[in-house]
Design a protein around this ligand. Structure first.
Ligand code: NAD
Ligand code: GLY
Length: 368
């Protein structure tokens, strides 16, 4: 359904770009009018999303590019690896794509992260556009230029910072998103409240049912406010030398769950949901927030259909397995794990914590 698109700017000097948010954007040729001139475009998607939306995107792009190629990747977090990345490079080379070729990432965060990494490295860098089709990708992964693939020993370990030219958040595509994926996206929406904006947390508490019911106005507000907060953070700390780490609230525990369970078993957003409860509990035990704050966040995460207890990763030494996995986190320094904690409502900080305290949190917060 076409509507007047909203815009959020990512302000990064010569790497600045716009996020456009609205209905009917993906298949509208005018959405892409400001992109750099080129003769070739490559749509990178996957075997689930391409049958739904690639044809509309390719038709819109045909108005601007003489040749529009397409590659479909296998679907799933377990395919976010070198082998799948190679498929993108194979297509680029087989089709004779030059260094002006524009890549279009049509899909969720997996397609977006891999397409961005391919764009960062093909011929030492070609332009790319994010066309995120999951809620999670619209509110987080398509914005800010983090691109990566996984390594069996750690998530998103191989990658680059590389900004897109444009992010196109077409709200219509959320109609076909499976309910579990909608919930996963809400995890990344919810995180923006405790780390940066308690008024947004209040709003989420009163609109979570509308969001679960895919109310268009509620989704539009959630996507826009999330993108505004992310733009504010990334604009100050593009390469995560400090502040940007707050966007990883819940992710240290969550990534451990994802890797420990085997990529794809828990969705990224599900790991973040349970991980935020664990990180809030850690914040409470460090004396930074009270127990009522943890209960409040846990209740909202549960209402979003997300797990609020961590997975059991090892029957013998569950906490030990978490600690082992969390030491590979990118925030870790010299083997010391650094956690994003809530340093008072609406404010986040990065802290170390004694292993014994972290073990107690894991023991109390995991499914037995
Ligand atoms: P995903 O890309 O796996 O997509 C979820 C599922 O939904 C897939 O099966 C996909 O094919 C399907 N799908 C996508 N759009 C659809 C639609 N409109 N209709 C029907 N089905 C659709 O998962 P995700 O949650 O979008 O992204 C998770 C990934 O993003 C993880 O790899 C995570 O590490 C990464 N991530 C990156 C950043 C970043 O800053 N770069 C931030 C957060 C997450
Ligand atoms: N999703 C975390 C970040 O972009 O920094």
């Amino acid at each position: 359904m076409p509507s007047t698109p909203q815009q959020v700017a990512i302000d990064l000097d010569e790497r600045s770009y716009q996020i456009v948010i609205g209905g009917g954007l993906l298949g509208d040729a005018s959405t892409y009018a400001g992109l750099p001139k080129a003769s070739t475009a490559l749509v990178v998607s996957n075997t689930t999303v391409a049958p739904l939306y690639a044809s509309a995107l390719r038709t819109a792009l045909a108005a601007r590019y003489a040749q529009v190629h397409e590659v479909q990747l296998p679907d799933g977090e377990e395919h976010k690896n070198w082998q799948t990345l190679q498929k993108i490079f194979d297509t680029l080379l087989e089709q004779g794509c030059d260094r002006k070729t524009v890549l279009f990432a049509l899909g969720g965060g997996v397609v977006g992260d891999m397409t961005g990494f391919a764009a960062a490295s093909y011929m030492r860098g070609v332009p790319f556009v994010q066309v995120p089709t999951t809620l999670l990708a619209q509110v987080d992964s398509s914005v800010g230029g983090k691109t990566a693939i996984n390594h069996p020993l750690g998530k998103n370990m191989i990658g680059a910072f590389y900004q897109p030219q444009l992010v196109v958040c077409d709200l219509d595509v959320l109609d076909t998103l499976p309910p579990r994926e909608l919930s996963a996206g809400l995890a990344e929406v919810i995180k923006y409240g405790p780390i940066a904006d308690m008024a947004f947390l209040d709003w989420l508490e009163s609109h979570i049912d509308a969001l679960m019911a895919r109310d268009r106005a509620a989704l539009a507000h959630a996507v826009r406010r999330s993108c505004e907060i992310k733009a504010w953070v990334v604009g100050q700390d593009e390469r995560e030398s400090g502040l940007r780490a707050i966007l990883n609230f819940g992710h240290t525990f969550g990534h451990a769950i994802e890797a420990g369970m085997g990529y794809g078993a828990w969705l990224h957003g599900e790991g973040v949901g349970a991980g935020m409860v664990m990180a809030a509990e850690l914040s409470c035990r460090l004396g930074l927030v009270d127990a009522a704050f943890v209960r409040r966040l846990r209740a909202l995460i549960a209402r979003a259909g997300l797990p609020v207890r961590g997975a059991l990763l090892d029957a013998k030494d569950n906490a030990g397995r978490y600690l082992e996995l969390m030491r590979v986190d990118k925030k870790a320094e010299g083997g010391e794990i650094r956690f994003v904690v809530i340093d008072g409502p609406g404010r986040a900080a990065v802290r170390c914590a004694p292993d014994a305290l972290v073990r107690a949190v894991i023991d109390d917060c995991c499914a037995s």
